[in-house]
Design a binder for this molecule. Structure first.
Ligand SMILES: O[C@H]1[C@H](O)[C@@H](O)[C@H](O)[C@@H](O)[C@H]1O
Length: 553
């Protein structure tokens, strides 16, 4: 059974498709130019079923039937366009990383430029305005991604970034600086919701992991740039204005190419813009024959639930909300997405990153700013390593291995603090090495995997679900960075790092029992897998060989 030589077993073996599904039309071909009354393109042309054999198709209107049926699925060449699109979208990560990393350096040089020296409360307010706004925009903007589309919302986020950066750079008082930080945070929250979703919806299954990590490479790259600028501007008066204003640059660099960037194919399909999807897919797969493109579109279409399109916008959001909570597989997706984000943040990573200079100074290092650059560089380099290996090793395995190393590193760090308290100063090197080891394993696993969140959700609840998990990320960020210094005082450094090790242990166990391997699976199949329950899904995937898991889209 195949469509134009495309072995359907490639698709069918990867999940147990019920028999009746094979009789459902998978795709309509050729895509029609006909518009329905609401302006949408019609889907009513020739329906192709998975049970149809020897279907031969062509995109050429003068030659509707391509007689040269390929013997096998031959076109796996993917054009570099997909890398360009993911990179353009990923630039938002630079703003995320830059704006969260630059604040500690900026606060150190602001002095009395805003009227008087900043109190600790004011510093806290300026710092937390960004993650707080990101949290609010994550919770409230999921439905906007469905209303306006992924690309349009990303363009708005860029406008917000530019505005926020200008407000911060020209601020004359604390309230204006806080307002600027809030505006930028709103943009960061929006982008952290949309970018991973946009890339996920665009990517072929076997390279989705890598393409989404591009975003995290930009985040950690932005943080590294920020830490380096913090060092460079350490003694420059009013230099903080340049540091804050520079954030507008990447936003502008992203905004321009976005005009030529297509909307996400899955979003377009949801809007019934089938012809546009064919064009995008043909550009991503330059060697694919029309029948193969039709097949790929069918794979995506088959798993999408169009029922959510009915009603007005309010009803659709309400419908998505109900489906998110009432459908067991959606609840499982939401649990995994939120728990992974919480695991990431409660590992204590940002406490270590944001306060690394203070941390290293307190254990006796003089060159603490340079050491914080090493910390940033470790995070960046190991994210690149994850980029290279994620689709080969798989998310689950990477996560289980790296979480184990994180627990060991944090425990060693806690022990080193114990000896430092006993005035054994040479243990500071153990502290340094353990923190670097922690960040390396963090960046390789939990630092990037939660951002694969969009793949967990079916289309009808994706925007809403990822909105919630993004909000969990930012609430965790806020809680951890706001409590770190207090915890170091109240429960000591040993207690603080011991507690983070404990959180990671809980994360590891939860991961073991609930997070199945998803590498190479089509996002439409992931929710089908999760219908079986956490542990059944984990076992089913573990029992499959890597090749069996592979889907084309
Ligand atoms: O994935 C990113 C990355 O790991 C960053 O280094 C961290 O600061 C963020 O909070 C996290 O979401």
């Amino acid at each position: 059974m195949d469509i134009k030589g495309i072995p359907l077993t490639t698709f069918a073996s990867s999940f147990d498709s019920p028999k009746e599904d094979l009789n459902k039309p998978l795709v309509s071909y050729p895509p029609s130019n006909k518009k329905s009354s609401d302006g949408r393109e019609s889907l009513e042309e020739v329906p192709i079923r998975a049970t149809d054999t020897n279907v031969v198709l062509s995109l050429d209107p003068d030659n509707p039937v391509d007689e040269t049926s390929p013997k096998e699925f031959h076109e796996e060449k993917i054009s570099s366009w997909i890398w360009i699109l993911s990179t353009v979208a990923g630039i938002s990560g630079l703003l995320f990383g830059y704006d969260t990393g630059v604040i500690s350096g900026a606060l150190a040089v602001i002095g009395s430029d805003l009227g008087s020296e900043l109190s600790s409360k004011q510093r806290e307010l300026i710092t937390s305005a960004t993650p707080f706004a990101a949290l609010l925009s994550g919770i409230t903007s999921g439905w906007l991604a469905d209303l306006l589309g992924r690309k349009r919302l990303l363009m708005y986020a860029d406008g917000i970034f530019v505005l926020g950066s200008i407000v911060m750079a020209v601020a004359r008082n604390i309230a204006t600086l806080v307002a600027g930080r809030f505006i930028v945070g709103w943009g960061i929250g929006l982008a952290s919701l949309i970018v991973p979703m946009y890339i996920t919806e665009l990517a072929p299954a076997h390279m989705r992991g890598r393409l989404v990590i591009i975003y995290v490479v930009f985040i950690t790259g932005g943080q590294l740039v920020a830490y380096s600028l913090n060092a460079a501007f350490e003694n420059v008066r009013q230099g903080w204005r340049i540091m804050m204003g520079l954030g507008a640059l990447p936003a502008l660099c992203q905004l321009i190419p976005l005009f030529w960037t297509p909307e996400s194919p899955r979003y377009l399909l949801k809007q019934n813009h089938v012809e546009k999807v064919y064009k995008i897919m043909s550009r991503i797969h330059p060697n694919a024959r029309p029948g193969e493109i039709a097949y790929k579109v069918s794979l995506i279409q088959e798993g999408m639930n169009f029922s959510s399109l009915e009603g007005n916008q309010f009803q659709r959001v309400k419908h998505s909300f109900n489906r998110l909570w009432s459908v067991p597989s959606n609840r499982r997706s939401l649990f995994i997405a939120c728990f992974l984000q919480a695991f990431q943040q409660f590992s204590g990573t940002n406490a270590i990153q944001y306060f690394s200079a203070i941390l290293f100074e307190s254990v006796g290092f003089k060159n603490s700013i340079q050491i914080s650059i090493v910390v940033g560089a470790t995070n960046f380099l190991f994210t690149i390593l994850a980029f290279m290996f994620i689709d080969r090793i798989g998310r689950r395995r990477i996560l289980l291995y790296s979480a184990t190393t994180m627990i060991i590193a944090l425990s060693v760090c806690a022990v080193s603090y114990h000896f430092l308290e006993l005035k054994k100063t040479e243990w500071k090197y153990v502290t340094l090495v353990s923190i670097i080891a922690f960040l390396a394993s963090y960046a390789f696993g939990i630092g990037n995997i939660p951002w694969q969140q969009a793949e967990l959700f079916p289309m009808e609840v994706r925007a809403l679900g990822t909105g919630f998990s993004t909000a969990v990320n930012w609430s965790g960020n806020l809680i951890v960075s706001a409590t770190f210094l207090t915890m170091m005082e109240s429960i000591t450094s040993v207690g603080t790092f011991g507690l983070y090790a404990g959180f990671c242990f809980v994360g590891l166990i939860t991961c073991f029992f609930t997070y199945p391997e998803l590498a190479g699976m089509s996002i439409e199949h992931i929710s089908i897998l999760l219908e079986k329950g956490f542990w059944n899904a984990v076992k089913e995937q573990d029992n499959k060989s890597k090749n069996e898991i592979k889907d084309t889209y």
